[in-house]
Ligand binder design. Structure first.
Ligand code: MRU
Length: 345
């Protein structure tokens, strides 16, 4: 992407405020944990890998600003920061995965001196930022084999550069196909209620010169029944050990339609999105967000006052509806449980 999703410089986390896109490109310089937690909760920074990286940088921020030379004091500060960040959003497992990686730096050297430990924590977070980009590019390279030379692809939500440190997972596969000289055309579901598809996927694909058309979520069946779509590719927020996959609400419905129409349905995600501790999708915590996102989307009231609202941010697609899962380690085909076990390090 031309603009970085998230960056670090001297104790400041710089993010592009995704709530302002596509109208304005606004960067936020974040210097406090509270501001970062608010930014994650309100989706200024969003997408599973990006919030993992943001969480790690949030811990780095706490380490950077820690004063004094008390090692128990530093440990307490870091663990409190990790716990506050972990409480921001429940579904994407990349967040606790990244925070766990940060606190393990402390655990690995309980006697280490404070200045050295602060530096190591910052380095670990910066490593994660760099690794995310490399991982997404490997996902793209593996996913390439799934894309025909001339492809029409449907996607949901935003699993692109904006949802990662810069390249994307589902869109990473699309970028890799484009870079390899394949002709790709994308249909992007608008993705109710917060319009990540219309606002973000359409924005970044247009910036990259990839033809993109936005449609209402409910129009996806029209295209799939007509045979227009070669494959569906989406990202993921948490993949259970059997391949059941949580992603933006509406994903499961798309997978059902794809199955009915014989369209391959692919999930692209890093191994850090796999939750090996959860046997199936039943155990995935699903975030419920405020009903105002439905009733007053972007400032206009569209639901009568007093009517109850149901606003799950994610749903779970059963593994039986998924044709392949693309990770940085390769392409998994059903049955997924054995392949997923093989990813465990
Ligand atoms: O609520 P969001 O915008 O954070 O939801 C994001 C998604 O559902 C993405 O598809 C998922 O995190 C994968 S991002 C590479």
């Amino acid at each position: 992407m031309a603009v970085p999703t998230i960056a670090w410089k001297d104790g400041i986390i710089r993010i592009i405020d995704q709530t302002r896109l596509p109208g304005e490109i606004v960067f936020l310089d974040i210097a406090s944990l509270e501001t970062l937690c608010e930014a994650i909760r309100s989706l200024r920074v969003r997408g599973a890998p990006a919030i993992g990286v943001a969480g790690a940088l949030g811990v780095a921020l706490a380490a950077y600003h820690f004063q004094g030379d008390s090692r128990p004091g530093l440990d307490r500060t870091i663990r409190e920061a990790a716990s506050a960040l972990n409480a921001t959003r429940p579904t994407a497992v990349n967040l606790p995965w990244a925070l766990g990686r940060m606190t393990r730096v402390l655990d690995a050297d309980p006697g280490g001196a404070v200045p050295d430990m602060r530096e190591r924590l910052i380095r670990e977070a910066l490593d994660m930022l760099a690794e995310d980009d490399a991982v997404c590019r490997r996902i793209g390279a593996h996913g390439l084999s799934l894309i025909p030379d001339s492809a029409v692809i449907l996607t949901h939500c935003n699993a692109g550069g904006l949802a990662t440190s810069g390249y994307g997972t589902a869109l990473g596969v699309i970028y890799a196909a484009h870079e390899a000289g394949k002709t790709v055309r994308v249909f992007a579901d608008e993705t109710r209620p917060l319009l990540q598809g219309a606002r973000l996927t359409a924005w970044e694909l247009r910036e990259s010169g990839i033809p993109v058309t936005v449609l209402c979520d409910s129009a996806a069946a029209v295209l799939m029944r007509k045979g227009v779509i070669d494959c569906v590719i989406v990202g993921a927020d948490r993949i259970a050990a059997n391949g059941d996959t949580a992603n933006k609400v509406g994903t499961c419905g798309l997978a059902v339609i794809a199955k009915a129409c014989g369209v391959p349905f692919y999930v692209a995600a890093p191994v850090s999105t796999v939750d090996f501790s959860i046997p199936d999708g039943e155990g995935i915590p699903i975030e419920e967000r405020d009903g105002s996102e439905i009733a007053e989307g972007f400032g206009v009231r569209t639901v009568p006052e007093g009517v109850p609202l149901f606003n799950p941010a994610f749903d779970v697609t059963p593994h039986a509806l998924i044709s392949a899962i693309v990770t940085e380690e390769g392409v998994l085909r059903p049955p997924f449980d054995a392949g997923i076990r093989g990813l465990r390090v």
